[in-house]
Write a protein that binds this ligand. Structure first.
Ligand code: HEM
Length: 530
C-alpha cells in the first residue's frame, strides 16, 4: 500500500477514536442537560495557550458570564479532556463549601512527596492527613496568637516606612510591588521561621531570592497537566519545587529546631507548634518544613499583591485615599499616636477599602474542590459525579453587576456592615469559606493593614507616567497578580520622623524577639551570611 494511504487511514482512525471519546465525554453533560461551553476543536477552546495567551481562569469566567442568568445552578467545560463544573448558584456554592463539605474536602492538587517533600503541605494534601494537620495548625492563627505576633509586624512596618525615601526615584516614582514584596517577606520570615530577614534594606536577601525562585520556576502548563495526569507526572519525576528551595527550607527548619532544643527556647510561634507536634504526632522534618514552606508561599504573593493592588486603587482614586488617610490620622490621634491592635480595628473605612480591593482583585480568582462521591445537587436531578472537579468562580461572582453594580468602579462603601448584610455571603469569597478556607486570613489582613497605615500616614500616592492603567495581570501564574512593576508617584507628607509604635510593652516584646532571631539567624545561615 502507498505510504500516503497508510498515513491517511491511520490519521482517520485516530480522529475517529478522538471523536468517539469526545462524544462519550460530552454525554457527561448532555445526559443531564447541564449546559456546556463547547470547545472549538475537540477539547481546545481556541483561546491560545494557557499561561501565555490567556489566563487559566479566562475560560471558566466565560462559562460563568454566559450562563449566570439562565437559572441553572451549574455549567460545564473541559479542562484538557476532563469535565470541569463551574458553580453558578450561590446556595449550591454554600452547600459545597460549608453544608456538604464532607463530600468536597478534597482540592485535588498534584503532589509527589517522593521527589518533592515540600508538597506535603496543608494546601496541597487531602483526606484524613489534611484533616488531622488542619486541626493541629489552626491554633497558630487564633486572635490571641495574632496579638502576640503584632509587635513584630509593627517593627517590620516601621522599617517599611523608613526605607521609602531611599527607594523613591529622582522623578518621585516608587515601585510599590517590589516594596510590598520585601515587606511581606520580612514579616513572614520573622513570624513563621524566626529568621530576621532584611529584604527592605537589602533586596538580595537570600530568603527573598529563594521565594522568588519558586515563583519564577513555576509553570502553569506543567501544573495543569500534572493535576490531570498525576501518575504520569510522578513517573516522570515532575516536581513543583526546585531542589534548591527544598534544601533551603529543610535546612533552615532543622537548624532552628536544633538551636531551640539546645538552648531550651520555647516561643509562642508557628515553629513552636510544629516542634510540639513532633512529640505527639511523630512528624518528620520534611513534613514540618512543608508546612513552614506553605505558610511562606501562601502568605507571600497573596499579601504583597493585595497591598500593591490597594495602593494602585488609592493612587487612581485619590479622593478615597484622602478619606482613608483622614481616618488613619484621626484614629491615631485618639490613641496618642500608638498603633495598637485595637486601634487598627477602629479603622473601619480602611478595612472597607481592603475588602473592596479584594473584591475587585481577588488573588485567587477561583476556589477548587473535588467531589468525593456522586453528589445530587439539592432541589434538582443533576449529579456531580465522584472525582469531578468543581470550580467556584469567585472573581466572576465578585464582578457580577447583579451583586456589585458598576463592578469596575472602586467603592469601599459597598462594605459597610449594612451593605454587607444585604448580600448573600457567597458573593464575597476572597479567603474562601468553610472548613478549608484560608487558615492565614487574620494574619494576612493584619499584615496588609499595618503596611498600609505605615505608608499612607506619611506618603501620598498618585498616578505616574509609567503607572499601568488598567492593571495588567500575569497570565503565567494561577493567581491574579500584576505583571511587571507597579510604579506610582510618591510624595512625603510628614516632615518629622514620627514613630508609630506599639507602646512600651510592645517594643520590649519586639526587641526581645528581634534579638533572639538575630542570634538564630547567624546559626541558620551559617558561614554564608557571616
Ligand atoms: C491577603 C492575603 C491572603 C489571601 C487573599 C488568601 C487567600 C486564600 C484563599 C482564597 C485560599 C483558598 C481557600 C479555599 O479554598 O476555600 C487560601 C488558602 C490557604 N491560605 Fe491564604 N490567603 C492570604 C494570606 C495567607 C497567609 C498570610 C497565610 C499563612 C501565613 C495563608 C495560608 C493559607 C493556607 C495554608 C491555605 C490552605 C488551607 C487549607 O487547605 O486548609 N494565606 N488562602
Amino acid at each position: 500500500m502507498e505510504p500516503l494511504l497508510v498515513f491517511s487511514l491511520l490519521l482517520l482512525t485516530v480522529l475517529s477514536l478522538i471523536c468517539i471519546f469526545l462524544r462519550r465525554k460530552q454525554q457527561y453533560w448532555e445526559a443531564q442537560g447541564i449546559p456546556l461551553l463547547k470547545p472549538f476543536l475537540f477539547f481546545y477552546y481556541g483561546r491560545g495557550r494557557i499561561g501565555t495567551d490567556c489566563h487559566a481562569i479566562d475560560i471558566p469566567n466565560e462559562v460563568y458570564q454566559r450562563y449566570r442568568e439562565t437559572g441553572v445552578p451549574l455549567a460545564g467545560m473541559f479542562m484538557l479532556s476532563d469535565p470541569l463544573i463551574i458553580l453558578l448558584d450561590l446556595e449550591l456554592i454554600k452547600h459545597v463549601l460549608i453544608k456538604d463539605f464532607a463530600n468536597f474536602s478534597y482540592r485535588g492538587l498534584y503532589h509527589n512527596l517522593r521527589d518533592d517533600p515540600l508538597m506535603g503541605n496543608l494546601a496541597a494534601i487531602d483526606g484524613p492527613y489534611w484533616k488531622r494537620l488542619r486541626a493541629k495548625l489552626t491554633p497558630s492563627f487564633t486572635t490571641g496568637k495574632m496579638k502576640f505576633m503584632y509587635p513584630t509586624l509593627i517593627k517590620v512596618g516601621e522599617q517599611l516606612a523608613d526605607v521609602v525615601d531611599a527607594r523613591i526615584s529622582r522623578d518621585g516614582v516608587l515601585d510599590v510591588k517590589d516594596l510590598a514584596a520585601c515587606y511581606t517577606t520580612d514579616v513572614i520570615a520573622s513570624s513563621t521561621l524566626g529568621i530576621e530577614c532584611d529584604s527592605l534594606h537589602d533586596p538580595l536577601e537570600d530568603f527573598r531570592l529563594i521565594t522568588v525562585k519558586f515563583f519564577e520556576e513555576y509553570s502553569v502548563t506543567r501544573d495543569l497537566i500534572s493535576q490531570r495526569l498525576p501518575q504520569l507526572a510522578k513517573f516522570l519525576h515532575w516536581t513543583n519545587t526546585p531542589k534548591v528551595v527544598t534544601d533551603f527550607y529543610i535546612k533552615v527548619v532543622r537548624d532552628n529546631i536544633a538551636y531551640r532544643e539546645e538552648h531550651s527556647i520555647v516561643r509562642q510561634d508557628f515553629l513552636q507548634i510544629m516542634i510540639d507536634l513532633i512529640k505527639t504526632e511523630s512528624l518528620t522534618m520534611e513534613e514540618i518544613a512543608a508546612q513552614v514552606f506553605v505558610f511562606v508561599i501562601a502568605g507571600y504573593e497573596t499579601t504583597s499583591t493585595t497591598m500593591t493592588n490597594c495602593l494602585w486603587e488609592l493612587a487612581v482614586n485619590e479622593d478615597i485615599q484622602e478619606l482613608v488617610r483622614e481616618e488613619i490620622v484621626q484614629v491615631l490621634q485618639e490613641h496618642d499616636d500608638v498603633l495598637t491592635y485595637d486601634c487598627l480595628k477602629k479603622m473601619t473605612y480602611l478595612d472597607q477599602t481592603l475588602k473592596e480591593t479584594l473584591r475587585k482583585h481577588p488573588i485567587a480568582p477561583a476556589l477548587k474542590r473535588v467531589a468525593f462521591e456522586d453528589y445530587k445537587v439539592p432541589g434538582t436531578n443533576f449529579i456531580i459525579k465522584a472525582n469531578t472537579t468543581v470550580l467556584i468562580p469567585t472573581e466572576a461572582i465578585q464582578h457580577n453587576p447583579r451583586y456589585f453594580p458598576e463592578p469596575d468602579k472602586f467603592e469601599p462603601m459597598r462594605f459597610t456592615t449594612e451593605a454587607m448584610e444585604q448580600r448573600h455571603p457567597m458573593t464575597f469569597l476572597p479567603f474562601g469559606d468553610g472548613p478549608r478556607n484560608c487558615i492565614g486570613l487574620r494574619f494576612g489582613r493584619m499584615q496588609v493593614l499595618i503596611g498600609l497605615v505605615m505608608l499612607l500616614r506619611k506618603y501620598r500616592f498618585s498616578v505616574a507616567k509609567t503607572t499601568p492603567i488598567p492593571i495588567v495581570y500575569d497570565k503565567a501564574i494561577l493567581l491574579r497578580a500584576p505583571k511587571g512593576k507597579v510604579e506610582l508617584k510618591c510624595e512625603r507628607l510628614v516632615a518629622d520622623n514620627h514613630v508609630v509604635n506599639v507602646g512600651k510593652r510592645g517594643v520590649e516584646i519586639a526587641e526581645n524577639f528581634i534579638t533572639t532571631i538575630r542570634e538564630r539567624r547567624e546559626l541558620a545561615y551559617g558561614e554564608r551570611n557571616k
